[in-house]
Design a protein around this ligand. Structure first.
Ligand code: SF4
Length: 349
């Protein structure tokens, strides 16, 4: 892994907060002679600017959570580079890695499982400060007092236990805990998935408020495209461990360049009855292939309505998409130039 690689400029033209470059993560499956490598993530690259929200969407098994866990170095990285503030994370260990971890915090789908049920909320929120800072117990207590109010709860809630709160309140507590060490990046891994729509909106507003007041950046992982539209500055779409497309949120939603992105978007309801009725759903044939035996060339080709001969032979590399971002599809590099134009719908529902 090359620490000396040139640092690319982010969307803003400045050095990005996080750069993920050609990431590969593999799991060893089985034992002995039957052991096999499952490549969960391959050739994934993206960046996140300071204070920006980047969302990664895709179905289950697309590699988005694996990517997140590789960034926090809780999964081994087989190849590629991950830089935070220009610092290569893949080569860190011990104390240096612990220090970096205080700068990258996570919020999970199920806040109940990330909070110790036998610990007072006060201690749960202060725990990262105990692990990562030299603050004494009085200072940690004062910080917990501020943090619980920053997420819209009351100081008296500090003396309660997780079971005394609703799902939305528990997610607020998990967020308070995640921002305790003033991280520059918070990874929200399906953090809204278990919440009802109204609570989701409240948590989105809270995250946005925190982003503005604390200059934190988010890596937002979700399977629901409708949710991330209102929170993300840019979006990346993953399928079977590869990044299919990425770009500014409005461009990706209004002019998806990749057939897979279009299929995902065609399933998102439009809040307008007439437009919803006129809408055609793009159905993809077959299932997601076995990741142990991914298709040759483009991993999406077995389900793609626009597959061409070249798609089985060559892996499409990221190519600049019209309107911003990148798309990994031969339609844009070798086939007819669509220029972000909508691809033909395969079937309707
Ligand atoms: Fe479809 Fe080929 Fe593009 Fe893959 S590269 S999405 S198979 S057209």
């Amino acid at each position: 892994m090359n620490d000396q690689a040139a640092v690319p400029a982010g969307t803003s033209g400045k050095t990005p907060l996080l750069e993920v470059d050609d990431l590969e993560v593999a799991y060893r499956i089985g034992r002995g002679r039957r052991a096999q490598d499952l490549i969960a993530v391959s050739g994934v690259s993206f960046h996140i600017d300071h204070g920006e929200t980047f969302a990664v969407v895709g179905e289950s098994g697309s590699g988005k959570s694996t990517t997140a866990r590789a960034i926090t170095r809780t999964l081994p990285v087989r190849a590629g580079n991950i830089r935070l503030g220009g610092r290569e994370l893949t080569e860190l260990s011990g104390r240096e890695l612990r220090r970096i971890r205080s700068d990258v915090q996570m919020v999970f789908q199920d806040p109940y499982s990330s909070l110790n049920p036998s610990m007072l909320i006060r201690d749960s929120i202060a725990e990262p400060l105990r692990v990562h800072t030299d603050l004494d117990s009085h200072a940690r207590d004062a910080a917990a007092h501020d943090l619980i109010q920053a997420v819209g709860l009351l100081p008296e809630h500090l003396n309660r236990y997780p079971y005394e709160f609703s799902g939305g309140q528990r997610q607020r507590i998990a967020i308070a805990r995640a921002i305790a060490t003033s991280p520059s990046l918070v990874i929200c891994d399906e953090a809204l998935s278990a919440l009802d729509v109204s609570t989701q909106n409240q948590i989105i507003r809270l995250l946005e408020e925190i982003r503005q007041t604390k200059s934190v950046a988010y890596l937002f992982i979700a399977h629901d495209l409708a949710v991330v539209r209102h929170i993300a500055d840019r979006v990346g779409v993953m399928y079977l461990g590869r990044m299919m497309e990425s770009g500014p949120t409005e461009r990706v939603y209004n002019a998806p360049a990749h057939p897979y992105t279009e299929a995902l978007l065609s399933a998102v309801p439009v809040p307008h009855p007439r437009r919803q009725r006129a809408r055609r759903r793009m159905l993809l044939p077959g299932d997601v292939p076995n990741p142990l035996e991914p298709p040759s060339g483009c991993v999406f080709r077995t389900r793609c309505p626009r597959a061409m001969d070249i798609c089985a032979e060559e892996v499409p590399m990221p190519f600049p998409a019209v309107g911003g971002g990148e798309v990994a599809c031969h339609l844009h590099t070798s086939g007819p130039e669509l220029g972000g134009e909508s691809v033909r719908v395969l079937s309707t529902a």
